[in-house]
Write a protein that binds this ligand. Structure first.
Ligand code: ZN
Ligand code: ZN
Ligand code: ZN
Length: 279
């Protein structure tokens, strides 16, 4: 009626119809499994009942426990004693259905078997717990060893790079850094080049204007150069500002570098070391 999912006559992969078909198939599998379980339980119950009938006819009596003497329901494969129905092994609660008894085991042998299984499970759990503790101890020991080795590396590196000396210098660098404003945006190289050109041209013009003023025969040139100078005044102010910003930015970068170098004397010397960061 339904084709395979994604195959001829079947729903497309990932479609709602495919999901429905999957659910239906799972339900069918589950019901089939349940039916098989029920059939097996019924077969066992019939087998146990038939065995009891056979043993009742044998006329033998239970001798698992001294003085029981009830009609036998089977012979124990472990201790070879005959047992009655109440001394026959039974399903432990965890096993499920109440009809699932062992047809060839007495209750004493079953109890011994269960106790042995419990003891083995406990022993395994104890061993696992001990192993876990041992693993934790080993991990702790290893971590401590690593910390000791790291501490030794820190001592060696700080001695070699004179961290105590660097630490004394650090506050002064920090103070200067705090007093040095961060220049953003930094003047570009092109801006600085133009500013330098403006200042040089301004200087040359001043010089020429001065010469022309002194020379009586060139008064007109002197006046022209003087007028030109006026246009240089705002340009020069701009150029001086650019140069000042550039030198401040350079000073800030130099102080940062110095601070970094001083700080690099601290710790084990490995950049980005996690142990140093947490310590
Ligand atoms: Zn037995
Ligand atoms: Zn008995
Ligand atoms: Zn480190």
């Amino acid at each position: 009626m339904f084709g395979p999912i994604g195959g001829p006559g079947g729903p497309a992969i990932g479609s709602p119809a495919a999901a429905q078909q999957l659910v239906r198939q799972q339900q069918e599998q589950y019901f089939a499994w349940r039916a098989a379980q029920d059939r097996a339980a019924a077969a066992r119950a019939a087998e146990v009942a038939a065995a009891r009938v056979r043993w009742r006819a044998s006329g033998l009596r239970c001798d698992v426990v001294t003085g029981c003497g009830a009609v036998a329901a089977g012979r124990c494969s472990g201790c070879r004693h005959t047992f009655c129905e109440s001394h026959q092994s039974y399903d432990r609660p965890a096993d499920g259905s109440a009809v699932r008894v062992m047809t060839d085991q007495c209750v004493l042998c079953q109890a011994a078997q269960v106790a042995a299984a419990l003891a083995a499970a406990e022993q395994a759990a104890n061993a696992a717990a001990e192993e876990e503790q041992r693993r934790r101890r080993e991990a702790r020991r290893q971590r401590q060893q690593e910390l000791r080795e790291h501490a030794a590396r820190v001592r060696a590196h700080e001695r070699e790079n004179d961290w105590p000396g660097a630490r004394r210098l650090l506050p002064e660098v920090e103070r200067q850094l705090a007093a040095t404003p961060l220049v953003r945006p930094e003047p570009t190289d092109g801006q600085v080049g133009r500013a330098n050109a403006v200042l040089i041209l301004g200087g040359v013009t001043v010089l020429l204007a001065g010469c022309a003023m002194i020379e009586d025969n060139l008064p007109l040139l002197g006046v022209m150069l003087g007028i030109l100078l006026f246009t240089f005044v705002p340009l020069s102010i701009w150029a001086l500002r650019v140069r000042r910003r550039r030198s401040r930015a350079e000073r800030w970068a130099a102080l940062q570098l110095e601070r970094q170098e001083l700080l690099s004397a601290r710790g084990c010397g490995i950049a980005g070391c996690a142990t140093c960061a947490t310590g």
